[in-house]
Design a protein around this ligand. Structure first.
Ligand code: PXP
Length: 248
């Protein structure tokens, strides 16, 4: 991989969502992760939610065992999750906000509001060798706070940009895209590694993939849905192709 190449993290949460709709063992998120790996994913992302609505503790055990690419373990900043992360020591931990009633991670983490707690929370994860990333909105205040607490990486929330695109609100979409672009450059200037994700599709990925400061995109829901139509391997390969093309 060259320095300019963008990494693709494939989020396999929604393979587990389909499995859990029935209970039982199928479809298997680990099998999806291995296929995504072979299709060109540079990492696998999985979010162990407090309510275990998709990924389970056993899935994390199995992913840690089976993967040859790095696992990006998404979690809320709770004591329970910290213990699990410290037991597994995954390559990366991404701290996300979590509300029980939400369908998906709706916004970025309010780092600025709980800087002290988060600084203490991530320190042992960093000491254990995990690369800690913080999922935030494209907002200077949050980026500066993430930097101050000692995070190495920020992941910018692309959900609003993608939603405006789907709703055909072009001015709002472009405004969001501009904020993502400016804040990627700003975070990079502070020495943070910049990732992005949430809601990205074949239609929305390229403008974000073109930002030179962005090193990794994490994409899940769209790819798992697209896999129903064309299969997971071609779905991931097409995303990879579009990202590489945008990167030039
Ligand atoms: N990045 C983070 C931090 C997320 O929480 C999620 C959703 O779990 C994603 C990326 C992937 O979002 P999507 O499934 O909409 O592609």
């Amino acid at each position: 991989m060259t320095d300019n190449q963008l990494r693709l993290g494939v989020n396999i949460d929604h393979v587990a969502t389909v499995r859990n709709a029935r209970g039982g063992a199928y479809p298997d998120p680990v099998r999806a992760a291995k296929l995504a790996e072979e299709a060109g994913a540079d990492g696998i992302t999985a979010h162990l939610r407090e309510d275990r609505r998709h990924i389970t503790d056993a899935d994390i055990d199995a992913l840690m065992e089976a993967l040859t690419v790095p696992l990006n373990f998404e979690m809320a900043a709770t004591e329970e999750m910290q213990k699990i992360a410290l037991r597994h020591k995954p390559h990366a931990v991404c701290i996300v906000p979590e509300k029980r009633e939400e369908r998906t991670t709706e916004g970025g983490l309010e780092v600025a509001r709980e800087e002290n707690r988060l600084a203490h929370f991530i320190a042992p994860l960093r000491d254990a060798g995990c690369r800690v990333s913080i999922f935030i909105a494209a907002d200077k205040k949050q980026i500066e706070a993430a930097h101050r607490i000692g995070a190495e990486v920020i992941e910018l929330h692309t959900g609003a940009y993608c939603d405006f695109h789907v709703e055909g609100k072009i001015d709002e979409r472009d405004h969001e895209l501009e904020a993502l672009k400016e804040m990627s450059a700003y975070a990079h200037s502070l020495g943070l590694e910049v990732h992005a994700g949430h809601g990205l599709t074949y239609d929305t990925v390229q403008p974000v993939a073109a930002f030179p400061e962005v090193k990794e995109l994490n994409i899940g829901h769209f790819l798992i849905g697209e896999a129903v139509f064309r299969g997971l391997t071609p779905a991931v390969q097409e995303m990879r192709r579009l990202m590489d093309k945008a990167r030039g």
